[in-house]
Design a protein around this ligand. Structure first.
Ligand SMILES: [Zn+2]
Length: 274
């Protein structure tokens, strides 16, 4: 019998040691904590402060987005139990690349569900944050604008075939914010081994690519929009996004589509946005 793959490390925010075991299984993609299953679905998002947290039945899993981005890229949309030993998925090197080995050890994914078809533009703007979808080819654009001389405004756009190139981009933060985050019980385990840390002049360690920050934000969007439970067939643009903005937009988009009766009432196999 093939040993199902496992990976271990520490949670970025909780600092707790944890391991993840992937088990192919009938049904949707879900996390498992002990006996409790938590579907990888928008409905179970409980928190979006600095990471995306899923919760159900008194259990939670923090920082699911990088693992979900890797599943997104590999086309694993069902037939998987993600067993996690603690409250948070390990941060590993701060990117999604280490998950690929674990996922690829499973073999080929089951056929994907029918995608969520975007048939007309839909936009939500909140202050300087904008999310929108457009009909057409599967495509992602992310834009960031940070008031830091070493980051500033960056934009990344690419088709689905280029999504895999986003996975090595690491999460990033600012030395000036670290103390405040730790005071709030966040980023407990942040270090130069699992994040790009920016001092006042620039990153304290070399970047993997010049636009690594925007690539990581695009990766986060892939992880959060995976919670739709099916591929988004259209173009997605996220300007100054955040986990909260991604989840709010995805939920609103699904609700609008359902209101217009373009989604089967019982969350069937296809969804379409007007
Ligand atoms: Zn991230």
């Amino acid at each position: 019998m093939r040993q199902s793959p496992v990976i271990s490390g520490h949670g970025l925010h909780t600092g707790a040691p944890s391991w993840v075991h992937l088990h192919p299984a009938e049904g949707g993609v879900r996390f498992r904590r002990g006996r409790q299953e938590i579907p990888a679905s928008l409905e179970f998002v409980a928190d979006t402060k600095r990471s995306t947290t899923l919760a159900c039945g008194g259990y939670q899993v923090l920082t699911v987005e990088h693992l979900l981005a890797a599943l997104h890229v590999r086309g694993w949309w069902r037939g998987l139990v993600i067993e996690v030993s603690a409250d948070e998925v390990p941060i590993l090197d701060g990117s999604a690349a280490p998950w690929l080995g674990l996922i690829d050890a499973l073999g080929a994914p089951p056929p994907p569900p029918q995608g969520f078809v975007v048939s007309a533009p839909f936009t939500l703007q909140q202050g300087r944050t904008r999310c929108r979808v457009l009909p057409g080819e599967q495509r992602l654009c992310a834009e960031i604008d940070f008031d830091h001389p070493a980051i500033g405004r960056q934009r990344w756009c690419g088709p689905a075939e280029a999504f895999e190139t986003l996975l090595p981009a690491r999460t990033f933060g600012f030395l000036s914010e670290l103390e405040g985050l730790r005071g709030a019980g966040l980023a407990t385990a942040a270090s130069l081994e699992n994040a790009i840390v920016y001092g006042s002049d620039g990153p304290l360690t070399p970047l993997r690519v010049a636009d690594e920050p925007v690539r990581h934000k695009a990766l986060d969007a892939l992880g959060d929009f995976y919670l739709l439970g099916r591929p988004l067939l259209g173009g997605l643009e996220v300007v100054r996004g955040s986990h909260g903005a991604h989840v709010h937009f995805a939920r609103t988009m699904v609700r609008e589509a359902m209101l217009l009766s373009l989604l089967p009432a019982a969350a069937g196999e296809s969804g379409e946005l007007p």
